[in-house]
Design a binder for this molecule. Structure first.
Ligand SMILES: Cc1ncc(COP(=O)(O)O)c(C=O)c1O
Length: 471
């Protein structure tokens, strides 16, 4: 008996949506169909997806940040083929395999001096869960502070640190003592820290939900307050880490010195799930304090050698192809071209983000006609305008984007880090055309926005946005 993947795919071609509706998530199936995003993708390569008709889609989501090196990267593929063919002694478990050690060494070498140890796991949320446990064990305190708009994953601990009630609703009670602090509010942070029971403050150096940023001085003051209170400063770099913002870690832009770092997405090479929590020897020893406690925090797949190979191969491509430097350079190109667009288009207000993590903030225009149309769309549903652009970007121009968060008119771009000026130009000229059209004659826009708000999402709650996703 052999297993033929190509035969299976051929035999069952076209059943995707039926299978999902029947066995996985019928609601998601409906959302995808309603948006008209129901394509049968057959191939992914670099910055592009291809459907069964050969149509090409520019991927400005990169699997929520997973495809830093683009899809089907030849070096990662080759590394994984090598690993499979080598019949590696994977997960002997009562063992210390070489590959996890090598990847940990690579990660520690790329981290600030206080970072000395690595805990491997399978996802971003799992890395965050580890950070909560290690912070509690190390400080012998229980409370974790997090920011408004925060997103750290959807497992129970990480969910408690989520800045959106939509995600939390119906799942309580969550982790006791998890407390939200308004993003950038030093006084509010100090007030909580003063209580003396805070184990850690967890932050995303640039927030994924909405692409919110702070100034360097603000970050340094927040971090100093945390350290002065004897608490730990956790930088969640699951999305921003590994070059996304034009530095290996986003906290480098602000000169921060985290006690704990979490990473995941890009380390996978786009193939094998992996997560990691990095911290100091001191924090580590508070958990693994004796031989009896050597596995007190663990997970079966922690040193999965396929994931380790994907991680090592990814980092080697980062070095060989100067991926971080490229992402940084492209950040300046994005900014220049988008700011030029914002000067010409009254719907486009502000450009946020760094490197290849961009937030396009839309808002009410000034001219009377356009303002009226904008209001009509927003009256149908809060922050509907950006959703109204995401759909034609996909249909007319074959560009996959997402709305950055609930109730904010922000489109987020997370292209593969390898995306270059060609991809930037494709996006910028499509948006330029779309906004020109919307300003001149946005009857289509109003009709489309209102119809979508009323029809597609009337059964969901008014505040939830359609392509909003857990990333
Ligand atoms: C900053 C941040 N932390 C944690 C997570 C959770 O990662 P995962 O979806 O792999 O559990 C995400 C996911 O988008 C994230 O952006």
């Amino acid at each position: 008996m052999t297993f033929k993947l190509s035969e299976l795919l051929d035999q069952r071609h076209g059943e995707n949506f039926e299978l999902h509706a029947q066995y996985i998530n019928p609601q998601l199936t409906k959302v995808v169909k309603t948006l008209g995003f129901d394509r049968f993708y057959v191939r992914g390569e670099g910055c592009y997806l291809y459907d069964e008709e050969g149509k090409r889609y520019l991927d400005m989501l990169s699997g929520f940040g997973v495809f830093a090196l683009g899809r089907s990267h030849p070096v990662i593929k080759d590394a994984l083929h090598q690993a499979i063919d080598a019949d590696l002694p994977n997960m002997a478990q009562i063992d210390c395999a070489l590959l996890p050690g090598l990847l940990a060494e690579q990660l520690v070498t790329r981290s600030p001096v206080q970072i000395e140890r690595v805990f491997f796991c399978n996802s971003g949320a799992e890395a965050v869960e580890a950070s909560i446990k290690f912070a509690r064990a190390s400080t012998k305190r229980s409370r974790i502070l997090y920011n408004s708009h925060a997103y750290h994953g959807l497992t129970m601990g990480a969910l408690a640190l989520n800045g959106s009630s939509d995600f939390k609703s119906g799942f309580g009670p969550l982790l006791p003592g998890a407390t939200e602090v308004p993003f950038g509010d030093l006084d509010a942070l100090k007030k909580e820290l003063k209580k003396g029971d805070v184990a850690a403050f967890i932050v995303e150096p640039i927030q994924g939900k909405g692409v919110y940023e702070l100034e360097k001085e603000q970050w340094l003051a927040l971090e100093a307050a945390v350290h002065a209170a004897g608490a730990l400063f956790i930088c969640d770099e699951v999305q921003t880490g590994l070059g996304r913002t034009g530095a290996f870690y986003a906290f480098e832009h602000y000169g921060l010195s985290p006690d704990i770092i979490t990473i995941s997405k890009a380390l996978s090479g786009g193939f094998i799930p992996v997560g990691a929590m990095l911290t100091s020897d001191k924090v580590y020893r508070s958990v693994y304090s004796s031989m009896e406690r050597a596995l007190v925090h663990s997970t079966t797949f922690k040193g999965n050698q396929m994931a380790m190979v994907a991680g090592l191969a990814t980092l080697s491509v980062f070095d060989d192809d100067h991926i971080v430097e490229h992402a940084n350079a492209m950040g300046f190109v994005w900014r220049k071209k988008l700011e030029e667009l914002a000067r010409r288009h009254e719907f486009l207000h502000v450009i946020r983000g760094r490197g290849q993590m961009i937030g396009l903030v839309f808002g009410a225009p000034t001219s009377a006609g356009a303002k009226r149309r904008y209001r009509a769309i927003e009256a149908a549903r809060t922050a509907m305008f950006s959703q109204t652009l995401v759909v034609p970007l996909f249909h007319r121009y074959g560009i996959l984007t997402q709305v950055a968060a609930d109730n904010v008119n922000v489109i987020k771009l997370l292209p593969p880090l390898i995306a270059g000026e060609e991809e930037i130009d494709i996006f910028v000229s499509a948006l330029d055309e779309l906004l020109t059209d919307a300003e001149k004659n946005s009857a289509w826009l109003v009709e489309f926005g209102v119809t979508m708000a009323k029809g597609a999402f009337k059964k969901t709650r008014k505040s939830s946005s359609s392509t909003r996703a857990p990333s």
